[in-house]
Each structure stands twice: as C-alpha cells, then as structure tokens.
Design a protein around this ligand. Structure first.
Ligand code: 6PG
Length: 470
C-alpha cells in the first residue's frame, strides 16, 4: 500500500468521523489511538473504507505510514492531553512534519504551542472544526491557522472533506498560529448568542403565549423557510417536535433547564473584553448559561418574588409571531456584528490580517451557525463599508431599519410581562448605543474628573481639561 496522505490520533467520536470522512473522499489515512484495541475496532467498523485506513499500533508505525512531510491530526481532549501528544510526536516526527490540533483549543495555547515547536523543525496548525459529529463525518467547516506552507500540504485533504457551499469548500487558511482557533472561538461565541436568543423567543412563546412545544415547533419550521433560515432554527423545530420515549411527553419538557458549557463561549467574551470590543450579546448569552446553572437559587428566588408579574402576552398572535421573527433577525445581526468586530479587533492586535469575507464564506455550510444570512454577510464584507462593523454595511442597514422596531416591541413586551430576554435586550441596547452620535459618556467623564481628576476632552477645544466642580 502507498503511504498514507495524513495521520490521525484520537479515535473518539469526532476523530473517528473525521477519519472516515477523509477515507471516503479518497485519501488514505493512518490512525492511532491510545487504547490500541480501538484502532482495530474502528477499522473493522469502517466497511469498504477500511482499505484506505492504515491501523497503527504505536507512534513509530504512524510516522512510518505517512508520506513526508507528515501531517498528523490530533483529536484529543483540549488542554494537557494535547501538550502530551505533541511531546510524544516530537520524538517520532521529522523536520517539516506538521502537527495539527483539531480540537477546540484556546488560541493562546495554540500560539504557545506554535512557538514551542519553532526551532524543532516541526510546524503546527491550529485547526477549528465546526459541525459536530455529523459535520465531521460528512463535511465540517474548517478554520486553519498556521504557516501558509503547511496549509498547502494539507489543503487537498481538508478541501476534500469540508462542507461545500455552491461548490466552494468551506475550509480556508485564515492566518498564522492562533488565527484558526481564534476564529473558531468567535464562531462559538456567536453560536452561544444565537442559541440564547432562540431560547428567549421560545420562552416568550411558551410562557408569554402559553404555547405547547408541539405548537411552537411549526413556528420555527416556518421561520426556517424565510430569512431566518439556518441550521439552529431547523434543529430547534425538530427538537421541539420530538417526544420523550419514556413518558410520551415532549422531550424538551423533560430536560432540566440547566445548560452546560465547555468554555469557548466564555473565551469569546474574555477576548472581546481584552481587545476592547463591545460584545454585549455574546456576553449576555454566556452569563445566561451560567445563571441557568444556578437552578436551586433560581427556585428560591422564584418563591421570594412570587408576587411579581410573569404574565401572558395578549393581543393578536399573528402580529406577535411576525414581530418575534423579525426581533430574532435583528438580534442575530447585532450578535454577528459583534463577532466580526471582535475578529477585526484581534486581526489588528495580532497582525493577522484575517480575511473577513472568507470567514463568512466558510461559515455558510458545515458549521453550527450556518445560515442563509451568512451569504449576505460574505457579500457585504467583500464589497466594503463593513470594515469597522457589519451594522454599517448597506445590506444590513436596510435589514436593521426593517427589523429594529420588532426587536423593540418584543424586548418591551417581554420586560413588561416579566419574561427574561437578556440577549435580545442587549442586542437592542448595542444597536441603539452604536447608532447614537451623541452619547452620555460626557457625564461619565465629568464624574471621573470630579472624583479622580482624570481629565476630559472638550467639544470646542483640543487638549486635556479639568472642571471646577465645587
Ligand atoms: C461546533 C460546536 C462544537 C462545540 C459544541 C459544544 O462548532 O461544532 O461549536 O465545537 O464543542 O457546540 O460547546 P459547549 O459545550 O460550550 O456548548
């Protein structure tokens, strides 16, 4: 058998699916797993694809099996296991070989690993992969950071396994060292915001309109045929329609309202803060997940405040449903605007020169936040005017003008009814603050000068000034 085109370590769910995808697209792949029995088990279950899978019992065999320069994908748990695996590979690989971390790494770790490998002859790729199990198996969105040379070595394989949008592969080289993992992190921040806003709209339908899951499902299915068309809206409709085999009740009603998180959403918010980029909707979504985990405390607080209103929302249902659809649209635009602004900030700060239109393009298929709107975003980012903020792109100016009043009404009605909509409310606040030419920070500057002599700028003169406050 010819040498394998690429190697992969870690045959967990994501690793196995990625390996099968690579084999299916015609590339032979050498695989290794720490629990070695898994290697044979995996190959045995690969059916006809087994002929393109080279099972390896140790790292020496793996290194032998791959065509140099050898790219080796590591698909193990993020953190220390990645460092351990790199250390083990260093002893086995040759100059110019490429270690690829395909997990959800913190980009700071990726930058560090990149530096640590400098001088060793090996190069490193930090690769964000989105699309869950299904994506890994049949076409993920792939965000690559590393040297252009190492990208060129793996491009044929990665382009072959990636999802396609109108024939274009959703895989791209986005910049050096941590660029790929950074972009994946922001993808996840947007994912959190998108999911939280959908959950808030579900909350209004459930608690404000008293609708059952089965009634809400077709609402989302209908929205999925319109401008909100996206993977997350599609699966929301399916999730709401599913029954619990144990009780026969809607599955979603049997699930505890406590959301988990692995950290990437939080990293997005942290990086936004570090870069000085406002990302209120992403932050609100992360905070909402955290608050969801305080189940016991929330139950106590509900008792404490039982006499406060949590009311039904009255009025015409059709008009309200139309408002909810457009509110979600407006909120989503604000969240994406924040995500792209964080990436623009990082691009400046780290000198990455991130290709924004390409990022939008490779998110159009395969990834969790894929949506029809990303195609419009890719066009808007490519045609200029949105360098600072997507909200300045003519297409999105038009969309916001069309949808902001729905967002306003929904946030106001939810607030009056006592229904929490922190992410939608933050999206509205972000939009209104962003479009306010004369804000209120003149007062903050005055306060800062009052208590700390911090100084301020005047509107009619250059330089730093102090007030005579008392
Ligand atoms: C993707 C997802 C994925 C992520 C899960 C869980 O793009 O395929 O972002 O990488 O791990 O969505 O993330 P949380 O556990 O933080 O919700």
């Amino acid at each position: 058998m010819d040498k394998a085109e690429i190697g992969l370590i870690g045959l967990g769910t994501m690793g196995s699916n990625l390996a099968l995808n690579i084999a299916e697209k015609g590339h032979s792949i050498a695989v290794f797993n720490r629990t070695v029995s898994r290697v044979d088990e995996f190959r045995a279950g690969a059916g006809q694809l087994a002929e393109r899978i080279v099972p390896c019992r140790d790292l020496d065999e793996l290194a032998q099996a791959i065509r140099p320069p050898r790219p080796v994908i590591i698909m193990v748990a993020a953190g220390t296991p990645v460092d351990e695996q790199i250390a083990a590979l260093r002893r086995k690989l040759q100059p110019n070989d490429i270690v690829i971390d395909a997990g959800n790494a913190n980009f700071h770790d990726t930058v560090r690993r990149f530096k640590e490998l400098e001088g060793s002859g090996l190069t490193f790729i930090g690769m964000g992969v989105s699309g869950g199990e299904e994506g890994a198996r049949h076409g993920p969105s792939i965000m690559v950071g590393g040297t252009e040379e190492s990208w060129k070595r793996v491009e044929p394989v990665l382009a072959a396994i990636a999802a396609r949008f109108r024939g274009e592969p959703c895989a791209a080289w986005l910049g050096p060292d941590g660029a790929g993992h950074f972009v994946k992190t922001i993808h996840n921040g947007i994912e959190y915001a998108d999911m939280q806003m959908i959950a808030e709209i579900y909350g209004i339908l459930r608690d404000g309109l008293g609708m059952e899951a089965k009634e809400i499902a077709p609402v989302f299915a209908h929205w999925n045929e319109g401008r909100l068309n996206s993977y997350l809206i599609e699966i929301t409709a399916k999730v709401l329609a599913a029954d619990d085999p144990k009780t026969g009740r809607p599955m979603v009603d049997m699930i505890l309202d406590r959301a988990g998180q692995k950290g990437t959403g939080k990293w997005s918010a942290i990086e936004a803060q570090q870069l000085g980029v406002p990302a209120t909707t992403i932050e609100a979504a992360v905070a909402a997940r955290v608050l969801s985990s305080f189940k016991g405390e929330r139950l106590e607080a509900e008792k404490m405040y039982h006499d406060l209103p949590t009311e039904r929302i009255g009025g015409g249902r059709e008009a309200l449903l139309a408002d909810l659809e457009f509110a979600l649209l407006a909120g989503k635009i604000a969240a994406y605007a924040q995500g792209f602004a964080i990436m623009a900030g990082a691009s400046r700060e780290f000198g990455w020169n991130l290709p924004m239109p390409t990022i939008a393009k490779i998110w159009r298929a395969g990834c969790i936040i894929r949506s029809a709107m990303l195609d419009t975003m890719a066009e808007a980012l490519a045609s200029g005017g949105a360098e600072e903020n997507l909200l300045m792109a003519p297409a999105f100016v038009a969309l916001m003008k069309e949808s902001h009043s729905s967002l306003r009404r929904i946030v106001a009605r939810a607030a009056l009814a006592g229904l929490p909509v922190p992410a939608l409310a933050s999206a509205l606040g972000y939009f209104d603050a962003y479009r306010q030419g004369r804000g209120t920070s003149n007062l903050i500057q005055a306060q800062r000068d009052f208590f700390g002599a911090h100084g301020f700028e005047r509107i009619d003169d250059k330089g730093a000034f102090h007030g005579q406050w008392e």
